[in-house]
Write a protein that binds this ligand. Structure first.
Ligand code: C2E
Ligand code: MG
Ligand code: MG
Ligand code: MG
Length: 285
C-alpha cells in the first residue's frame, strides 16, 4: 500500500514537472514573439522622498499583457528570458522606452532600472546602457541601476568592470531586495554601491510591532553607516511610512503611494505629489 501511494505520488510529481516544463516551453515561445514585437512595456512606480513627499524617481517594471495568457508576472518571464538568451534584447527594448519616458520628467526625477546580476557578466552591458542613454539624451546622473539577484554572479570580475564603467560615467547603483538572498552583504563589500532598497519582507508589522521596527532600524543603521541612501520597498500603509520617516529612511516605494502606472500617468502623479508638498508646507505656516 505504501508502495502504491509512493508510486502515485511519483506519478503526480512527474505530471507536475511535465506541466511546469510545458508552461516554460510555452512561455519561451510566446516570449520570443513578444520580445520581437515589442509587446512588453515598462510601467512606472514612484519613489517618494520621505522628507518632502515629492517624487524622487520612478522604477521601470516590465509588464507583459498577453492576449490569451493575460497579465504574465515578471517573476514568471524574466527567469525564462535569462535562460533562453532573450534578456538582453528585452532589457534594451525596455531601457529605450524608459529613458524616453524619463526625458519628459523634471530634471530631479531619476529613472530606476532593474538589471539582474546574471546580466553583469556581459562585458558589453555598460557600453550598451550608456549608448542608449546617449541616444535618448537622458543624463547619466538620472539613471539608477537596481541590481536584482537572479543567480550567482557568473563572472565577478566582468561584473566589477561593468559596474565600474557605469559608475565612472555617473550612473548610480542600487542593491535591490536588500536583506534577502544569501549574498547581499557580500555584494555590498565587493561592489561599489550607492543605495540599498530594503526588501518589503522587512516592512511587515513595522509601525505595529516594536521588534519589527528595531530590526528595520538596524538595517537603516547599516546602510547609513556605509554612507548609502536607503529606500524602503513595499510600503503599504501610513504607519509604516511614519516609522520610516522617523528613523531617517530617505525614500519609500509601495502601494501606499501608487501601483506601477503606465507612462501617460506619470506627469500627473508628479504634479499631485508636489501639490501634497505645498499643502504640507502651508499647513505648517
Ligand atoms: P523589484 O525590483 O523588487 O520590484 C518591486 C516589486 O514589488 C514589483 O513587482 C512591484 O510591483 C511590487 N510592489 C511594489 N509596491 C508593493 C507593495 O506595496 N506591496 C507589495 N506586496 N508589492 C509591491 P513586479 O513588478 O511584479 O516585479 C517583480 C520583480 O521582477 C522585480 O522586483 C524585479 O526583480 C523583476 N523585474 C521587473 N521588471 C524587470 C526588468 O525589466 N528587468 C529585470 N531584470 N527584472 C525585472
Ligand atoms: Mg527593483
Ligand atoms: Mg525589490
Ligand atoms: Mg523583487
Amino acid at each position: 500500500r505504501a508502495k502504491a501511494e509512493h508510486k502515485s505520488a511519483q506519478r503526480f510529481h512527474d505530471s507536475e514537472m511535465d506541466a511546469r516544463l510545458l508552461e516554460r516551453d510555452m512561455i519561451e515561445r510566446e516570449l520570443r514573439a513578444a520580445v520581437a514585437n515589442g509587446d512588453i512595456q515598462p510601467f512606472y512606480q514612484p519613489l517618494i522622498d520621505l522628507r518632502t513627499q515629492r517624487v524622487a524617481g520612478f522604477e521601470a517594471l516590465a509588464r507583459w499583457i498577453h492576449p490569451t495568457l493575460g497579465d504574465v508576472a515578471p517573476e514568471r518571464f524574466i527567469p525564462v528570458a535569462e535562460n533562453c538568451g532573450l534578456i538582453e534584447d528585452l532589457s534594451y527594448h525596455l531601457l529605450r522606452q524608459a529613458t524616453r519616458a524619463a526625458t519628459s520628467w523634471p530634471d530631479d526625477v531619476v529613472l530606476a532600472f532593474n538589471i539582474s546580476l546574471l546580466q553583469l557578466s556581459d562585458k558589453t552591458l555598460g557600453l550598451r546602457i550608456l549608448h542608449i542613454l546617449g541616444e535618448s539624451g537622458l543624463p547619466t546622473q538620472r539613471l539608477e541601476v537596481e541590481l536584482t539577484e537572479s543567480a550567482l554572479v557568473r563572472d565577478p570580475e566582468a561584473a566589477q568592470i561593468t559596474l565600474g564603467a557605469l559608475r565612472d560615467a555617473g550612473v548610480r547603483i542600487a542593491l535591490d531586495d536588500f536583506g534577502t538572498g544569501y549574498s547581499s552583504i557580500y555584494h555590498l563589500r565587493n561592489f561599489k554601491i550607492d543605495k540599498i532598497k530594503i526588501d518589503r519582507s522587512f516592512l511587515r508589522r513595522v509601525g505595529e510591532d516594536s521588534d519589527a521596527s528595531t530590526f528595520l532600524g538596524a538595517l537603516l543603521g547599516l546602510g547609513h553607516g556605509l554612507g548609502l541612501t536607503v529606500t524602503a520597498e513595499g510600503v503599504e500603509d501610513a504607519a509604516q511610512a511614519a516609522a520610516l520617516a522617523e528613523q531617517g529612511c530617505e525614500q519609500a516605494q509601495g502601494f501606499l503611494y501608487s501601483d506601477p502606472m503606465p507612462v501617460d500617468a506619470t506627469l500627473a502623479f508628479i504634479a499631485r505629489q508636489s501639490g501634497a508638498e505645498k499643502a504640507r508646507k502651508a499647513s505648517k505656516l
